[in-house]
Design a protein around this ligand. Sequence first.
Ligand SMILES: *Cc1c(COP(=O)(O)O)cnc(C)c1O
Length: 393
Amino acid sequence: MTERSLLMIPGPIEVEPEVMRAVGRAAPSHMDPDFARAFGRALGRMREVFGAPSGQPFAVAGSGTLAMEMAVANVIEPGDRAVVVNTGYFSDRMGAILERLGARVDHVRAPVGGAPEIAEVERAVAAEATKLVTITHVDTSTGVLADVEGYARAAKAHGALSAVDGVCATGGERFLQDAWGVDVCLTASQKAIGVPPGLALVMAGPRAIEAWKARKAKVPSLYLDWGEWLPIMQGYEKGAPGYFATPAVNLIAGLDVSLAELVAEGMEARFARHRRMAGAFRAAFRALGLMLLPLREEITANTLSAVCYPEGVDVSLVGRVKAEGVVIAGGLHPQAKAKYFRVGHMGAIAPSDVMATVGAIERGLAASGYRFDLGAGLAAAQRALREVASTSA
Ligand SMILES: *Cc1c(COP(=O)(O)O)cnc(C)c1O
């Protein structure tokens, strides 16, 4: 029996073989000129991926949570007020990080599967002087897609900075950091970026850098301090390697290859492909009589689906789908965990992955005793893939 299975969770995702080959080569010295060129190229390509020609990229060893901390620790000072646009588990985590940094944190919440109205966020920001508004582009616990552009505009209108947690979005969901006026955005390597876990990626816009320069209090963590990393990142972009803390050299080599692929596909084409794959999944779930956790179509993510179990089916479905060769994830939101499962569909995902996954979910549902027309989801996914292929051709 083969050990091969398809990994369809919201990170880590399936990594392309050419990226794995780059990661698997002997670790170069961080001072090696070829490595320095690869690192420099990867940083330059981050600007394209984030839509941030004016941004300063940072790539350091760490997970997405470290990227969240780096993004806000450099702009928040003790006593600053922050408003969290809360769409789930990862927005709560951002709130916890901000509190650790001494911020006064107000959350603007929505019911599970919902997103706050822009006007509500605007009222919260206007109520008191606010340093920072944080937004989770896609909350991986709910599959809710935030209107980043709208929230960032509301922040800016009242003189606040905006920070976007793009960990489950950047490189998959449409995002234009400069054009949308977002001040800092962060992601991690293992989601739509398509590299194994271990890199924290942060893009600081000019206003975020100014806020960091103007701070009175020291950044509370040496490792997170842009002051330590800025000369290193600028050096690598000029081909001049340097040392503050050892870069994850193998992962940086993989990042160089992966970002080259993202940029070669074209960001708009890549966003459209994610929408097409997500559309096929949604058509399949609808045909199978399954409800999504997000409450409205326009706030439904294209990088993952959060799908409610039908009557009589529970979390054992995840194991049944795995037995059919596809790894999906259970729920994550503390208030609804046992009620839904999640399917990641980001990165190099293709129609064949959609069909394999929908097929395995159908067999898992049948094994769980759910009554439905076997093949209905597959047929709906086929039709959705055909329709979008023919309209975009
Ligand atoms: C995965 C994820 C994180 C955390 O990333 P880790 O690499 O697990 O630390 C943060 N925010 C969002 C939106 C995520 O999807």
